[in-house]
Structures are given as structure tokens and as C-alpha cells.
Write a protein that binds this ligand. Structure first.
Ligand SMILES: [Fe+2]
Ligand SMILES: [Fe+2]
Length: 133
């Protein structure tokens, strides 16, 4: 299924580029999983884990920088998603990962989270930046 149309673009290039890389990584899970190369899949999952941490920290840094009032709730959303991802990593370690399920979770989460929660802090930051531009 091509769900590119539902991949929300914020119009905030410094974060859109990060989301784009996330989607590209997520799209790689199924093909790599189908090929059966577990070492390659393990490396891909590690890259996703590390990049998601970077992405969340980057957003949270921006929110603190601009004193976004919804920071705590947003950070909680990131933590919850990170926790769910770790459960998938546990499944991988147990040899029970369903790559399609993981892809659906990650893409679905990012589409919804970026369209709703990320839009909120981006709108806030853009308003705060207006005074400088
Ligand atoms: Fe994001
Ligand atoms: Fe976020």
C-alpha cells in the first residue's frame, strides 16, 4: 500500500528532513526482513533506534528552547513510542519479530504523531520566530 499521501509534511524543513529519513528507514524493514538477512535487519533496527533517539532529542531541545507549553505531554508521547519500539526489539531478540507489524506501527505512529503533536510545537515555534525574521 502506498500511503505517501498520508505522510504529513510540516513545512518546517529542519524537521521534515528527519521525518523523511525515518520513513525511508521504516520502509526498509519489510524488504530486509523478507530477504531473511537477520544481521542486516539487526543493524537496521539499531539505526532506527539511534535515529529515533536523535530525532526525539532534537524536537525536545527545540521545544525547550522556545518554551513550548506542551513539552511534557509531547515528551511523554515520545517515551511511549520508544517503549513500544523496544518491545519490538525484544521480539526480534526472541526470534519472533513480525516485520510487517513493526513497519505498520512505526509508520502509523509517525503519521499520526507528526500530523497532530509535531504540528502543535512547530506552529508555536514559527510564531515565536516571527519576531526575528
Ligand atoms: Fe517528529
Ligand atoms: Fe514529536
Amino acid at each position: 500500500m502506498n500511503d505517501n499521501d498520508k505522510r504529513h509534511v510540516l513545512g518546517f524543513p529542519e524537521i521534515d528532513a528527519q521525518h523523511d529519513y525515518c520513513y525511508r528507514l521504516f520502509d526498509s524493514i519489510e524488504p530486509v526482513g523478507a530477504f531473511g538477512d537477520m544481521l542486516k535487519l539487526q543493524k537496521l533496527l539499531r539505526e532506527i533506534e539511534m535515529y529515533l533517539m536523535f530525532h526525539f532529542e532534537c524536537e525536545e531541545h527545540l521545544m525547550r528552547m522556545y518554551e513550548f507549553p506542551g513539552y511534557i505531554i509531547h515528551q511523554g508521547d515520545h517515551e511511549q513510542a520508544g517503549g513500544q519500539f523496544v518491545r519490538f526489539l525484544d521480539e526480534f531478540d526472541a526470534g519472533a519479530l513480525n516485520p510487517a507489524k513493526l513497519t505498520a506501527f512505526l509508520i502509523g505512529w509517525l503519521m499520526e504523531h507528526s500530523a497532530i503533536s509535531d504540528t502543535e510545537y512547530v506552529t508555536w515555534i514559527c510564531q515565536r520566530r516571527e519576531q526575528f525574521l
